[in-house]
Design a protein around this ligand. Structure first.
Ligand code: FES
Length: 350
């Protein structure tokens, strides 16, 4: 994973606890930092000798200079530093845009979006890009927040609405503030989403759905869309943070403490075989030798550490990033996968 040092162009306050950070991209790096809407940047810093990485979604339309949205996470030193102390001219290590939460935008296509809280950041980028791509595209966006003063990008959303009129249907749902209509006042749970879809959205007309927010919200929204007959391959999800306990292991092999496996790692065509403990995630233990292995969250959320298991078996603890078709194809999250057979091969190039 290649990082480049970029200067901060500006830090714009979006609301009490969130900012948008725009970077200066020098001419020589323009191609590397050209992005598709919905992708994210990974930022890196070293504090007290410990390297930390975080991924933040780009919240700018395709073609603009990259800008990420950051909300302060309680106790999250990285986000606190970005939100409270970062200033124009500061420098940060930034990896080029990555991620698969990005649309192909056909003329006349209608994109539905459901976002909660800071989940708006990639959705804003997708919405602005969809509306700018062709004169006949449409966006329906349902955006859930607690109160008006916690709505990120409220002005930019209003500007988009003013610029595109009926091509953007924008529905704000507020859980802790009185609203003009009951249907948009309260938590965006399955019941409320069902009612909103029936009342306000021509669901069969929507070509693709883009969901971003906490795991519970996106899982519930996906289930409601499937109930409405939407095909699973037209529902795309991106998680921002995980507020729930990890799920059970997706494979049942017992982890043998103290034992080791021969783990072969393939990355950028270079093959390295290591003897690794079965009690540790492959990413953690292999990093001591292969410092170039890609990762960001180490929490099973971002998918940056994805690799294809081409030999052997692993036990994967948390998975909030891989979809069913990726699991069926043999992909695993190496930050969550412990080896369970004598020999394991993970291929990051697949
Ligand atoms: S590093 Fe984010 S899922 Fe593994």
């Amino acid at each position: 994973m290649a990082f480049h040092t970029l200067a901060v162009a500006d830090v714009e306050r979006l609301c009490d606890d969130a900012v948008a950070v725009r970077f200066v991209v020098p001419d020589g790096l323009r191609d590397a930092f050209t992005f598709r809407p919905g992708r994210y940047l990974t930022l890196r810093t070293v504090r007290d000798g410990v390297e930390e990485r975080r991924s933040y979604s780009i919240c700018a339309p395709a073609g603009a200079s990259p800008r990420v949205g950051v909300r302060r996470v309680t106790g999250g030193l990285f986000s606190e530093w970005l939100v409270d102390r970062l200033a124009p001219g500061d420098e940060l290590d930034v990896a080029p845009p990555a991620g698969g939460f990005t649309p192909d935008i056909a003329p006349g296509s209608h994109h539905g979006m459901i976002a909660a809280g800071s989940g708006i950041t990639p959705v804003l980028s997708i919405a602005a890009s969809v509306l700018a791509a062709h004169p006949d595209t449409q966006v329906t966006l349902i955006y859930a927040n607690r109160r008006t003063d916690t709505v990120m990008f409220a002005e930019e959303l209003a500007d988009l609405k003013n610029a595109h009129g009926p091509r953007l249907q924008l529905v704000h749902v507020l859980s802790r503030e009185p609203t003009a209509a009951e249907i948009v006042g309260g938590r965006l749970d399955g019941d409320r989403l069902r009612r909103l879809l029936v009342a306000l959205v021509d669901v069969p007309d929507v070509d693709q759905w883009w969901l971003c927010g906490p795991h519970g919200m996106t899982t519930g929204a996906r289930a409601v869309l499937l109930e409405h007959g939407v095909s699973p391959d037209r529902v795309h999800r991106e998680l921002f943070y995980v507020d729930e306990p990890p799920p059970e292991l997706v494979r049942a092999e017992p982890v043998v403490e103290g034992a080791t496996s021969e783990v072969t790692v393939v990355l950028d065509g270079r093959v390295t075989t290591l003897t690794l403990p079965r009690g540790e995630p492959i990413l953690d233990s292999a990093q001591a030798v292969r410092g170039d292995l890609p990762f960001a969250c180490k929490g099973g959320v971002c998918g940056t550490c994805r690799a294809k298991l081409t030999h052997g078996e692993v036990a994967m603890r948390r998975n909030f990033a891989l979809e069913d078709d990726e699991l069926a194809a043999g992909f695993v999250l190496t930050c969550q996968s412990r080896p369970t057979t004598d020999a394991v091969t993970v291929d990051f190039d697949s």
